[in-house]
Design a protein around this ligand. Structure first.
Ligand code: F6R
Length: 602
């Protein structure tokens, strides 16, 4: 949550900050602001609402200066308002900060500073940081930063400017992500790569409690003891082309249509001689010692993770539990060095998922992360990481990240099954061959876009929609309902179809729309019964199926695949349905209200 950017160099900072913020709006968009050192003074402009409101407020003002910071906010402490927007300035007006994260002890720090005469202007937790920096002022500003950071509890990525050092940008982080970009004559800080990739592809990833000191021509890094440290320079291999809309109305629909390529990129280079080729080091002995697998994630990544259970239990014969990270971390799970913990996260920064990973490591479990954002904290902290090569996902609602997570779950399970040797190799090879058909099958489903748009035209005024399915179809139903509610704001719920008559059927009445997933042949007769029970009560049913027996009112057909892989296909029509429903309702599809792409707070 919240996006930060900072610049020092020979260009005008303002243009770079605004351009960078436009790439960070997915992290929060309830207010935005910039702070620039102009004529030796800090000038701050901020405004409530999306970045365009800040741009309108700036109007023709030319705030000149080569050093500046910018912020786009997702409110945690204090309402979204111009006053609470960042940057925040210290009492004497000489130090300005931008902050992503939460300062958990801000109330006690605020009280302490108030007792020393400091007056606070905002409701935020972040303002204490600016005032602490002033309170600890020292002829060496690094010492002020060190003393301030030592007082902070919680998460923070900070960009700091100080009128006394008009040629230096400071940055420090703990838990919240922060990268430093470099060229020979200009330097950047940012929450994420797209914000600065137009200017540099050379990146340092700041680790917890490391401080970066950036001047026009150089960067120095320090640990919290203020000893200078050397950091590894990474090179980014993708560019902003991949993050532009390319004529699509929204990033979400572009990303839905990119799925053929994203899945192909994720699986094709990882298959050799009909077997998965994943860079995962685990010996047969280590795998035989694993007595339990935990799959941990949040939101859509969790729904992808649910698919691991049937697959891993059947092919590996190991009990597999799938848990929400926010629950797992507080339920004292029984993990030990015989547990394998698989962490799934698109962003690699989700606070609860990261905490779950750390808990698993503390308990000596083996950890494997499935992550999309290269170099993210989870990717770096897990024992081993497998990247989904989905490319940057900009829309807040996850689509191609989800399907590529599924692709990795399938590949990883087949790889481990081959190592374990309980399933015949021929069977595994057949699974791999079936998996290789998926990208083209995804395309085949995408050709039904117009049909799905027409269905959305018919249903977009619905108030409540139910999704049902059994086994893997139930997991897809959960994801379909989440997609619909998060972008269209229509109330949507998913149920295991067998559970319907244990209560929820009371809500089914004349005209209610029920989306039914029927992709498992063995369970098809059971689903037909459920659909009949629903239609008998006057409901309309939209059936997503690979079976040509037409039961229900409306149908979307998907190609047949191995039952383990059904989700990766059946979710595509649900993504398109959610998209067109939201589009008909004129929703802000790429930036749904109250949501952010990267949930770096609990
Ligand atoms: C929904 C969505 C979220 C994320 C969740 C976890 O479309 O995108 O539910 O899946 O916030 O995020 P990551 O995968 O980045 O850990």
């Amino acid at each position: 949550m919240c996006g930060i950017i900072g610049y020092i160099g020979s260009k005008q900072a303002l243009n770079i900050l605004i351009s960078g913020l436009s790439k960070l709006e997915y992290r929060g968009y309830d207010s935005a602001g910039i702070g620039i050192i102009t004529n030796h003074k800090i000038k701050i402009i901020k405004n409530k609402g999306e970045l365009t409101n800040l741009i309108n407020k700036l109007g023709d003002q030319k705030i000149t200066g080569n050093l500046g910071i910018g912020h786009t906010r997702w409110a945690t402490h204090g309402a979204p308002s111009s006053l609470n927007a960042h940057p925040h300035i210290s009492q004497n007006g000489k130090i300005a900060i931008i902050h992503n994260g939460i300062i958990e002890n801000y109330l006690s720090l605020k009280k302490e500073l108030e007792s020393k005469g400091y007056k606070f202007k905002t409701e935020t937790d972040s303002e204490v940081i600016a005032n602490l920096l002033e309170y600890y002022q020292h002829s060496n500003f690094l010492i002020s930063i060190q003393k301030t950071v030592k007082r902070l509890k919680g998460s923070f990525a900070l960009g700091i400017i100080n009128e006394n050092y008009p040629d230096t940008l400071y940055a420090v982080r703990n838990e919240s992500p922060l990268i430093v970009g470099t060229t020979s004559n200009e330097q950047f800080i940012a929450s994420d790569i797209p914000a600065i990739i137009n200017w540099t592809k050379e990146i340092y990833y700041l680790d917890n409690l490391e401080i970066a000191v950036l001047t026009k021509n150089q960067i120095k890094f320090y640990n919290i003891k203020l000893q200078e440290i050397q950091k590894y320079l990474s090179k980014i291999t993708w560019d902003n082309e991949e993050a532009a809309k390319h004529g699509y109305k929204h990033f979400m629909i572009k990303e839905i249509f990119e799925q053929r390529k994203a899945i192909a990129n994720t699986i094709n280079p990882r298959i050799k001689n009909n077997m998965p080729l994943l860079d995962i080091n685990i010996t047969k002995q280590e795998l035989n010692n694993v007595n339990k697998i935990y799959v941990i994630a949040c939101g859509t990544s969790y729904y992808a993770g649910l698919n691991a259970k049937p697959l891993m239990e059947q092919l590996l014969n190991i009990t597999t539990e799938v848990d929400l990270a926010s629950e797992f971390r507080y339920r004292q799970p029984l993990i030990d060095n015989n547990s394998l913990v698989i962490i799934i996260s698109q962003s690699g920064e989700t606070a609860d998922t990261l905490a779950a990973l750390r808990l698993a490591k503390e308990k000596n479990a083996k950890t494997i992360a499935i992550v999309n954002v290269v170099g993210s904290t989870i990717a770096r902290e897990a024992d081993q990481t497998i990247y989904t090569w989905a490319g940057p996902e900009i829309a807040v609602a996850s689509t191609k990240a989800y399907t590529t997570q599924l692709a990795i779950i399938y590949l990883l399970t087949i790889k481990l099954a081959n190592l374990k040797g309980k399933v015949k190799k021929k069977e595994l090879i057949n699974l791999v061959k079936t998996l290789q058909l998926i990208p083209d099958q995804v395309n085949e489903i995408l050709t039904q876009n117009e049909k799905i748009r027409a269905l959305a035209n018919e249903f977009y005024k619905e108030q409540d929609i139910y999704f049902i399915g059994r086994n893997i179809d139930y997991y897809t139903a959960l994801e379909g309902a989440l997609k619909l509610k998060e972008i269209s704001y229509i109330h949507a719920e998913a149920y295991a179809a067998g559970e319907l008559k244990h209560g929820t059927i009371a809500l089914i009445e004349e005209g209610t729309l029920v989306v039914s997933l029927c992709t498992n042949k063995e369970l098809y007769p059971k689903m037909i019964n459920n659909i009949k029970e629903i239609t008998a009560r006057g409901a309309k049913t939209l059936v997503i199926t690979n079976n040509k027996d037409e039961v229900g009112d409306y149908h979307i057909f998907i190609p047949p695949t191995n039952p383990y892989f059904n989700s990766i296909l059946s979710v595509i029509p649900l993504q398109l349905f959610a998209y067109h429903m939201a589009n008909n309702r004129n929703c802000n599809i790429d930036k749904p209200k109250n949501l952010a792409k990267s949930v770096t707070v609990e």
